[in-house]
Write a new protein. Structure first.
Length: 128
């Protein structure tokens, strides 16, 4: 587990406006409810793009923002399922990645109802 990167992600997510965080979608435009990126388009998605994506109304989940902030075109999991690729970027096992990105932790709702605040708190908890 890359605790430093997880804490960095928590800080970046905390700084996002609530409208740019949506655990129900990897990465999408808020207006049309469509995924902006998919595995076939990933080769056009570069590291650092996350710093600018929120300016155009894009919303994403933990996995989406992980790839947006830390993704690399030369990563061996490029084109695989987003949660596995994002999990690799945070040095998580596949089970840890699944639990994190699908909101399967603690009490209460699963991913569809997790708030940005809950996710940031959970990221900080697992990194401690």
């Amino acid at each position: 587990m890359n605790r430093e990167r997880i804490l960095d992600l928590a800080n970046k997510l905390e700084a996002l406006d609530e409208k740019h965080f949506d655990m129900n979608s990897f990465m999408r435009m808020k207006d049309d409810n469509q995924d902006v990126l998919g595995p076939l388009e990933f080769n056009t998605f570069i590291s650092g793009e996350g710093e600018n994506l929120h300016k155009c109304g894009t919303a994403g989940c933990i996995a989406g923002w992980t790839v947006a902030y830390f993704g690399r075109k030369d990563h061996p999991r490029l084109g695989s399922a987003w949660e596995y690729y994002a999990g690799d970027l945070l040095d998580l096992s596949e089970l840890e990645a699944y639990d994190l990105f699908y909101g399967r932790w603690g009490e209460g709702p699963t991913n569809l109802l997790r708030t940005k605040t809950e996710c940031v708190e959970h990221l900080r908890k697992i990194a401690s």
